[in-house]
Design a protein around this ligand. Structure first.
Ligand code: NAD
Ligand code: ZN
Length: 253
């Protein structure tokens, strides 16, 4: 622990977070037994053609899918791990957070430098002009009520609303087969390269290109700390391992 303390005190920490950091906030992990994909086949529900098919042939199932996602994420609140990362940033020790999560919980905990590799469920982006619009806390509950009430034809206007340019917005999340936002990815590589320490929390390390960041860090002899309940495919890269829940692990750090 003394050694971890020394590393942390040197600052220039970059955190890489995955679904595990939000598990204690009530959002099931991707591969967990309670995860969304245990009920919905990702090859259908995690890509646009699949979702269009569900809309056409089973609209009530699409409604349930949207409700399952939004009810979980709207209810979720940051936990100690999110808050501790925000504190490290405020203390000038943490440079940025690179997250694979789409739940907005780092920002809600007060973190400012958050690089979102897979987008944000509360942000919508126009597919034609790239303009974005953020759904604030006050609008989120109403959005859920609207999903419940809406007719099949209105459902499309609700999740893919019209932009003033004539195009349509869509939820700004990266679906299967889509490429990651280039700017965010570039920023992530740049930040990770310059870090003194990479702090990996709750990521299984099987989703690329995010998982390549620790491999690069390891080649550059950057200190790597892993906080995870279970061993992962990145564990062998870690100089220090805290085999615990994200909240308790971050308290220790
Ligand atoms: P993953 O589901 O593949 O792995 C989660 C990891 O977290 C596992 O290694 C598990 O051992 C660990 N874990 C579970 N509970 C934990 C806890 N309480 N404390 C510490 N560790 C814990 O997650 P991933 O690597 O992030 O990849 C999943 C993909 O799915 C990501 O690309 C992400 O975009 C998406 N996703 C996001 C959310 C979210 O926004 N909260 C939730 C589910 C999935
Ligand atoms: Zn537009």
């Amino acid at each position: 622990m003394d050694e971890i303390k020394k590393i942390i005190e040197k600052g220039d920490i970059v955190a890489l977070t995955g679904a595990g950091i939000s598990a204690e906030s009530g959002i099931p992990t991707f591969r967990g037994k309670e995860g969304l994909w245990a009920n919905y086949n990702p090859s259908v529900y995690a890509n646009i053609p699949g979702l269009m098919g569900v809309f056409l042939f089973r609209p009530s199932r699409l409604k349930q899918f949207l409700l399952d996602i939004f009810e979980t994420t709207v209810k979720a609140r940051p936990n100690r791990a999110h808050y501790k990362l925000a504190e490290l940033e405020e203390d000038g020790l943490l440079n940025s957070i690179i997250t694979q999560n789409i739940d907005n919980l780092h920002q809600e905990a007060g973190s400012e430098n958050v690089i979102e590799l897979h987008g944000n469920i509360f942000r919508f982006r126009c597919r034609s002009c790239d303009k974005t619009s953020f759904m604030h806390k006050s609008e989120q509950k109403e959005f859920i009520e609207k999903i419940k009430r809406t007719s099949r034809t209105e459902l499309i206007n609700l999740i893919l609303p019209r932009c003033e340019c004539g195009g349509r917005y869509r939820p700004d999340v990266v679906l299967f087969g889509e490429s990651l936002p280039e700017g965010e990815l570039r920023k992530a590589y740049r930040k990770a390269e310059k870090a003194n320490t990479l702090l990996m929390i709750g990521t299984s390390g099987v989703v690329y290109p995010a998982a390549s960041l620790p491999f690069n860090a390891s080649r550059q002899n950057i200190n790597i700390i892993e906080i995870n309940k279970e061993p992962t495919s990145l564990s062998h890269l870690a100089d220090f391992t805290i085999r615990d829940k994200a909240s308790t692990g971050m308290e220790e750090v």
